[in-house]
Design a protein around this ligand. Sequence first.
Ligand code: SF4
Length: 364
Amino acid sequence: MESVTTASWKCLKKSEPEKKVLSGLPLNELIDELKSLPAPLPPFRAKQIFKWISRGITSFEEMTDLDKSLRENLDSRFSVRSSEVSARLEDPDGTVKLQISLLDESKIEAVLLSDAEDRKTACISTQAGCPVGCVFCKTGSLGFSRNLNSAEIVEQFLHLKALSTGTNISNIVIMGMGEPLLNLAELRRALAVLSDAEGLGISRRRVTVSTSGVISGIRDLTDNGPHIRLACSLTSARQDLRNRLMPIGETNPLPLLKKALTAYQQKSGQRITLEAVLLGGVNTTPADAAAMIDFARSLDAVINLIPWNPVEGMIFEGKPLREPSRAEAETFASLLEKGGLKVTRRYRKGRGVAGACGQLGVVP
Ligand code: SF4
């Protein structure tokens, strides 16, 4: 693990809790905020500041097109950022995981993934810990601390962007720590910042939000947007097994989940991704494949199979979890394909830094 000096980060200090943080404010909120100052600032000033923050500056001092007295005035009232990188871990496969410290000492993680064409994807967290408690997930085993605010979500992207030399980050996956649809209001504000053409301009088509199947959140997205790409972690389409692996299944039953996903698809016009974490000897039988085919049949969906990424000490019903053998995973994949489903296999990237799916929260 490489420690990172934080001396250059001008984030909000613990001694300045009264300062409002600007990094998480969508442009319309920033305009309103600056308009309400005793000496109101016009919208074009808010746009300048918004652009500077999106470019990754960490202090008002660096906003060189604002005069000095304005910079000092802003600095006395606001902070640009609220978090700092406490450690950086690099996997030889190119994956980089950042551990990020928040004002209340919470630690979260964000991951930068690169593919063979050097396209960069930021994997972002929405909660410190997670209340959902999927049995195969390290984050779930940590319990839940709190929701992240918009600034803490946006800043993960900005920290990762600072690492990304050469190629810009083109995609965002909200698949880090936490269940995003249990923190939808702050996620929505963060996505408004990240997708604004005045700033980072990440197209919503390049943002994927992954849920464990929170039906109320899917309905909310359907009705109120944004219509980003939606992934749903199914893992099992057998209700009883799903409930045991993902306790959220008990209150979010499969028939209603399917109805909600169908409505989202109709409204957004987007293909849905159904994710399945493959657990050796647990959810890879022909009956599991048949149930998944039945669930996915009427959706325009792609099934993303994720062989479980090992985390030490994870137990399911008295037995240690294990990753599936290659043959087991391939047999399951071909059963789905024979049943007419489109199937992809997720890269096993980031394992060396415990930055792969289901491993966040682990210090290797
Ligand atoms: S898989 Fe996602 S929803 Fe489930 S415990 Fe882990 S972080 Fe939470």
